[in-house]
Each structure stands twice: as structure tokens, then as C-alpha cells.
Design a protein around this ligand. Sequence first.
Ligand SMILES: Cc1ncc(COP(=O)(O)O)c(C=O)c1O
Length: 372
Amino acid sequence: MSSAKVPFLDLKAHHDPIRQEVMAAMNAVIDENAFAGGKYVTKFEEEYAKFCDTKFCVGVANGTDAIWLALLAKGIGRGDEVITVPMTFMATAEAITYAGAKPVFVDINEQTYTMDVTQIEAAITPRTKAIIPVHLFGQCADMDPILAIAKKHNLVVIEDGAQSQGTLYKGRKAGSMGDAGATSYYPGKNLGAWGEAGGITTQDAELRERMVMFREHGQKKKYYHDVVGWNGRMDGIQAAVLSVKLKYLAKANDGRRRAAARYNQLLAGVAGLILPVEAAYSRHIYHIYAVRVSNRDNLMKLLGDRGIGTGIHYPVCVHLQNAYADLGHKKGSFPVSEACADTFLSLPMFPEITDAQIEQVVAELKACLALK
Ligand SMILES: Cc1ncc(COP(=O)(O)O)c(C=O)c1O
């Protein structure tokens, strides 16, 4: 067994084979001074919309802006409530707060780690305007019941697809089912830029137009501002990088699925571990491969000492963050999310991870479980 370290994420392995192609694309942007918005952003928007089976994509500065601008463009703001989950990255709730609305949480399903659809209706009040399901770790939330509830109560649905580029729900692409699908192209995402970037997909031409307006300081015509907007533009270099990387995304997602299948095979039946579940409706793309284990922090340290990189997504639920103390939630408010926060451990996962690396992770994990 090799004693080489296994990193949590190896972006270099992902980028080395395409480095020259990406550099050439970046050079074209430099040659044409197409830095802020511009033709390479338009090109990537068209390509990504096609990839998601949507009519439009609006390129923006990052995934947090993507959620926020979608909310603004749907007119959601002060006095409104938006339902989401507490087991997500802080950005989902932050975007709601920055739109002026209040995040209202429902717990997650214990199998899929996405929104527990049986809890949504009880959280709806006369102020509720939208639902933001999070396609956590690369698996879609159970969208059909969410869409049915939204229709019944006249609510907007914004998919948080920051971790799910290329995920399928009953054959439909993440980002194509709600009113809008917000995504992040943060470098470590399945489709990652070489810097910060985000995107919003939609089938709705009017919504697209409003999102573009909000992204451009609220102007449709230069220097004529119809609403107070923001500078939320994607930069041209990131768009050019993303256009190249998008060509390899399906293959990369397949690589993650192969790695997850191998982990599942080698870890099946290991006492004390709960493995991720791929829902029958889903094609999971394993942005994160998280197991659940008690005494997680100790295990993480033992693995780190043996050169195995791991992560925790996420150690503190959003409703228990200091920043949201004013919402008045206590430990115990969302027990499934909280139990997951205490026990999730994300194992090394990237498209190029080799079978030998996976075997090494599993061997060290088993050895550390025996020690712990
Ligand atoms: C679930 C989720 N939502 C939103 C975001 C925000 O994206 P960004 O970091 O690009 O602002 C992220 C990524 O970090 C995320 O994982």
C-alpha cells in the first residue's frame, strides 16, 4: 500500500491536461479586451443554458449573487419569507437576508440530505414568497413535490444548484425545473472557474431580462437606471475558462460517480459508517462524498495525521450560526440537520482520484475506525 498523501481535492490533476487549452482561451479575452461581461460571457451563457436544457443563463460574479439577484428579480424583499434548509452553505440564507427577506428553515431528509418535503407546508405563512431547495452534495432535492406545493401556494422556486452542475432529477437537469436555478462556479465546484463566478438559469425570458438588468446596475440602456441594481457581472476571463471546462464536465461527473461507486463497494458493511444514498429519482454527481460517523472530529484528525485530506460540510447548521442568533433558533430546532453537522465527514473526491488512492483512503479509514 502506497503511503502517498491523498488530498481532499486535487485541482492540479484536473487542470493539467487542459491547461494549454484554457490558457489559449484566456489569451483570446486579453487580445480582445473582453474583460467585464462581453462576448465570452454571452458565449458561455449560451453553452451553459444548453447544457442545463434551459432557454437562458445569466452569468454573474459568484453563486451568492446568483441566488440574491434571482430573488431581487422576482420582487422578493422586505417583509417576505423564503423557505430553505439549515444544512447548506451560509450563502443560501445570506442571499435571502440581503434581499431583505427572512430565511425560514425546514429540516432535511435523513436519506438524501436535501429538503424534507413533508415539512414545507407547515412552514408556509401569508408572508412566504419562495422556496429555495438546495441540491446538496450533487444530489437534487425531491423537486416534484416542491414544485407542486409552490404551484398550490403561488410561490417562486429558486434551485440552489451550486453543488449540482449536471445532476439529474428524473431525467431533468438541475437548474431547469424551478423559476430559476442559481449556481456557483467557485474553483472547487464540479464546474469551477479560475476565480469567482456564478450563473442563473431560467426558462423565463422576462425573468432573464430582469436579472440582466439587476446585474447591470439596474439599467437596460447605459446610464439610464430603472431600478437600484448592482454590479453582478461575470468577468470575461472566467467565462472563457468555463467554456473550455464545460466541455469536460460530463466526463468529470462520470469520474466522480465511478469514485463514489468504488467507495460504496469498499465501505459497504463497515460498522459505524453511514454511506451516502442515491435516491431513486436522482443521478447523483458527488460534488461531495460525505459519510456519517460518530466521534468525527477525532477520526478526521487521525486521518489527517496519516495524510488523508477530509472536510466537513458543514460543521454548524445555518440556524445555529452566530450571525442568525436573532432568528431565535435553539439546538434541537432541526434535529436531522444538526445530527448531520455533528457526524458528516467528506472523503477525498475529485474526478481524477485513482482506484489506488480510494483503496488507500479506505484502508486508512478502517484502521482509524479501529483505533478511535
Ligand atoms: C450550496 C451553496 N450555495 C451557494 C454557494 C455560494 O456560491 P459562491 O461561493 O460562488 O458565492 C455555495 C458555494 O460556495 C454553495 O455550496
